[in-house]
Design a protein around this ligand. Structure first.
Ligand code: SF4
Length: 353
C-alpha cells in the first residue's frame, strides 16, 4: 500500500505545475519572501507584491536596512500585517547573526522571527534539499482524504498520523519537488469542496476515494466565532490636511496609521466627539458629514466602520497639542504612510484626488 505516492506525485507535478517565479529559484531569500507573502493569500493576489518587494529589496541586506513604515506601506492591502513586521525583524536577525545568509538547518530556521514549522520546512526543503515535509492547509486536506482520516484534521492525533506518513513518503533526493508537488495537488486537484479525483495521480491508492468519502473530508471542528467590532473614526480636516496617528501594539494594524478611534459595542450606540476635548478644541468643530458603514472582514473579526468628518479651522489646529502621536499630514504625506485597507478606501473616496 502507498508504494507509489512520491513517484506518481512528482511525475504529475513535472507535467502540470503552474509556472511561478519563485519556482525558478533556489535562493532562500526568494523562497522565504514568497512563502511569507503567500501565507493566507491567494497566488494571484500575492504575485504583484512578490514582484514589488523583490524589485525594491532585491536581497536580504536591502530589506534588513528598510524602515518598518516603508515595509508596511509596501505590504498595504495584503492584511495580517504582523507578517510584514516579523519579516523585517527576521531580515535584520539573519543580517546581524548569520551574515545575511539563511542557515541551512531546519531547527535554526525555526528559531527565526516569523518562521513557523511550515515556512522553515519550505525553506529547508526547497532551498537546501533537506527532507522535511511541509504541512499547510492544502497538504492537510490531501492527506486527510488520501488516508481517509475521519477525525478532526487539526487534532494532535490526526497531525501525528499525517506527519508520520509524510516522513515516510517524502523523496529524500527531491524533497523540494515532493513538497511543492503536494501543495500544488491540493491547490489544483484535491481542492476544497469537491476534489477532481478523475485527474488525480493518487487516485488508485487513495483511501478517501475508494471509500467514497473524499468530498466530506477533511473534518474540522467548529471554528472560533467571529468577534463583532464597531469602529467610529473621527477625521479632523484642516483645510485638506488631516490628523492621523500611528497604531500601537496590542491590536490589529499595529504600526499603521489611522484617525482618532472610538470603539463601541453595538451598531446603535452613538459616539460623542466631546470625548476628544483634551486633544481637539471641540468648540471650533463643524460636522461636515458622516459616512455609511464600511464592512471589513478579518479571519476572526467582523468590523463595521463609520467615519465622522469634521472641519477644524486652521487657527484652531495651530494650537493643537499633538498628543498621543496625533499629527497633521498633508494629502501627499499621508499617501506615503502605511494604512489599513478601510482607511485607504475612505481616503480614496473622499480625500485623495
Ligand atoms: Fe484527493 Fe481525490 Fe486525489 Fe484522493 S483521489 S487525493 S480525494 S483528488
Amino acid at each position: 500500500m502507498y508504494i507509489n505516492f512520491s513517484s506518481y506525485l512528482i511525475s504529475w507535478y513535472n507535467e502540470n505545475k503552474r509556472e511561478l517565479p519563485w519556482r525558478e529559484s533556489r535562493d532562500p531569500y526568494v523562497i522565504w519572501l514568497s512563502e511569507i507573502i503567500l501565507q493566507q493569500t491567494r497566488v494571484a493576489q500575492g504575485l504583484p507584491y512578490f514582484y514589488r518587494f523583490l524589485e525594491k529589496y532585491p536581497n536580504l541586506t536591502s530589506l534588513a536596512e528598510a524602515s518598518e513604515s516603508d515595509v508596511l506601506r509596501m505590504w498595504q492591502g495584503l492584511g495580517y500585517y504582523s507578517r510584514a513586521r516579523n519579516m523585517l525583524i527576521c531580515a535584520q536577525t539573519v543580517s546581524q547573526e548569520f551574515n545575511g545568509i539563511f542557515p541551512a538547518d531546519y531547527l535554526q530556521l525555526r528559531k527565526l522571527p516569523g518562521i513557523g514549522p511550515y515556512t522553515a520546512a519550505a525553506i529547508a526543503s526547497i532551498a537546501f534539499k533537506i527532507a522535511v515535509p511541509v504541512i499547510d492547509g492544502n497538504v492537510l486536506r490531501v492527506m486527510a482524504r488520501y488516508l481517509a482520516i475521519e477525525q478532526d484534521v487539526r487534532s494532535p492525533d490526526a497531525q501525528n498520523i499525517i506527519q508520520k506518513h509524510l516522513q515516510e513518503f517524502i523523496d529524500p533526493l527531491a524533497p523540494n519537488l515532493f513538497n511543492q508537488a503536494l501543495m500544488e495537488l491540493g491547490a489544483l486537484i484535491c481542492k476544497p469542496g469537491t476534489p477532481d479525483c478523475i485527474h488525480c495521480p493518487l487516485q488508485l491508492e487513495c483511501a478517501g476515494f475508494r471509500k467514497g468519502i473524499a468530498a466530506n473530508l477533511p473534518i474540522k471542528s467548529r471554528k472560533t466565532p467571529k468577534r463583532h467590532r464597531f469602529f467610529h473614526y473621527f477625521v479632523f480636516d484642516c483645510d485638506g490636511d488631516i490628523f492621523l496617528k500611528k497604531r500601537v501594539a496590542g491590536d490589529i494594524w499595529q504600526g499603521m496609521y489611522d484617525f482618532l478611534l472610538v470603539e463601541l459595542t453595538n451598531e446603535k450606540e452613538i459616539p460623542d466627539v466631546r470625548q476628544f476635548s483634551k486633544q481637539i478644541p471641540v468648540n471650533d468643530l463643524t460636522l461636515k458629514f458622516e459616512s455609511d458603514w464600511y464592512k471589513h472582514i478579518l479571519t476572526h473579526q467582523h468590523i463595521l466602520i463609520k467615519f465622522h468628518v469634521y472641519d477644524l479651522p486652521l487657527k484652531a489646529s495651530d494650537v493643537l497639542p499633538e498628543g498621543e502621536g496625533l499629527k497633521l499630514y498633508s494629502n501627499k504625506e499621508l499617501e506615503a504612510l502605511p494604512k489599513p485597507v478601510p482607511i485607504v478606501r475612505f481616503l480614496k473616496e473622499f480625500f485623495i484626488n
